[in-house]
Write a protein that binds this ligand. Structure first.
Ligand SMILES: NC(=O)c1ccc[n+]([C@@H]2O[C@H](COP(=O)([O-])OP(=O)(O)OC[C@H]3O[C@@H](n4cnc5c(N)ncnc54)[C@H](OP(=O)(O)O)[C@@H]3O)[C@@H](O)[C@H]2O)c1
Length: 320
């Protein structure tokens, strides 16, 4: 198939393009920068240069590719977020720009896909930290989202809702949304690279277990996230899918094992009140209250199975 990937040079985009090409698809990969065209070529795809926030440029890039499937993997999340910014994440450049990519750029890509007669649209969403904090530890796509999310998450969650609704309600094709778990593996925030955004503070013991460490996280290896996305390009009914591993687990369980895999000392423990004072409400809720996600629907509906079924194996063998 002819596939247009917006965000082809990102952590997930690079892996996805390589997998799509290996599966025999003809891929056009979008980037803002003329200088990254060679990277796109090296993955086996044809580059298209366009700013995702420029509707005319997006329309031209998509039209030139004549794709059957459009994939949206645009974010601005790879930039570094300081501890101060994390407290007010909604004001950070990374979030402000990502919010525009999830709203404006989504609308531009959908309009462009419709105009060229694409029949499928697959978009990146985010699963963690969004479920209501009332049900069981592991939740499905059918379960309600948190009606009272921490203030720092609210603007971002609204833009994700926009993306999810806009994509899953298209009437000119099939819209699929993938709610990824927390990425780990080469190039991501959790990897063996010395500057990996989340691994670095864990190595310095600046990523403690808060309270009882009961927040349940769903992880996914970057190769598995890309494989699920490639599957969603090829098959699956319209709708929302959690793309996570088989093993949602509380922070108190996975964080010490991750620290050990990174060669770090065990994480410190801090009481909830202190974490709230030092790091704010969002970080405290993420460490103590959030729920994990079930991948049953993605396994069944996309005929996908994570190679790293559990982060236990992935942290030991797949950090890169
Ligand atoms: N995705 C998540 O759910 C998530 C959540 C938390 C943390 N993280 C971490 O953050 C990192 C994010 O990885 P990622 O692959 O999602 O993002 P990324 O590596 O920052 O990639 C973003 C992609 O979007 C493209 N892009 C951004 N703005 C654009 C614009 N205006 N016009 C055209 N293209 C634009 C970039 O293209 P060009 O630069 O080539 O133009 C790039 O291909 C990982 O380390 C991950 O662990 C991810």
């Amino acid at each position: 198939m002819k596939v247009f990937v917006a965000g082809a040079t990102g952590v997930l985009g690079r892996e996805l393009v390589a997998q799509l090409v290996a599966r025999g698809h003809e891929v056009v990969g979008m980037t803002r920068s003329a200088s990254k065209q060679e990277l796109v070529r090296s993955l086996g795809a044809r580059p298209a240069v366009a700013d995702a926030l420029d509707p005319d440029a997006v329309a031209r890039a998509v039209a030139s590719a004549e794709p059957e499937v459009v994939v949206h993997q645009l974010t601005a999340l790879s930039g570094r977020v300081s501890a101060r910014e994390a407290r007010h994440l909604e004001r950070s450049f990374a979030m402000t720009m990502t919010n525009r990519l999830r709203t404006e750029a989504t609308d531009h890509l959908l309009a462009a896909g419709r105009a060229v007669g694409a029949r499928r649209f697959v978009a990146q969403s985010f699963g963690a930290w969004r479920f209501a904090r009332t049900g069981g530890p592991v939740q499905t796509e059918a379960e309600p989202l948190d009606p009272e999310p921490p203030a720092a998450l609210r603007p971002g969650l609204l833009t994700i809702l926009h993306l999810e609704e806009a994509v899953t309600t298209i009437d000119w094709g099939e819209g699929l949304v993938l709610r990824y778990g927390s990425f780990y593996g080469p190039g991501t925030a959790i990897s063996l690279a010395p500057d990996a955004v989340m691994a670095a503070p864990i190595r310095k013991r600046r990523f403690p277990i808060v309270g009882d460490g009961g927040g349940v996280w769903s992880h996914v290896h970057i190769e598995d996230a890309a494989a699920a996305t490639a599957a969603a390009v090829e098959r699956g009914r319209p709708g929302i899918y959690n793309v996570v591993d088989d093993d949602p687990a509380p922070v108190r369980e996975w964080l010490p094992m991750l620290a050990s895999a990174l060669g770090a000392k065990p994480p410190r423990r801090v009481p909830r009140w202190l974490a709230r004072l030092a790091a704010g409400e969002m970080a405290t809720v993420m460490m103590t209250e959030v729920r994990g996600a079930s991948n049953e629907k993605a396994k069944r509906g996309l005929a996908w199975k994570p190679r790293y079924a559990s982060w236990r194996l992935g942290f030991a063998q797949g950090l890169g």
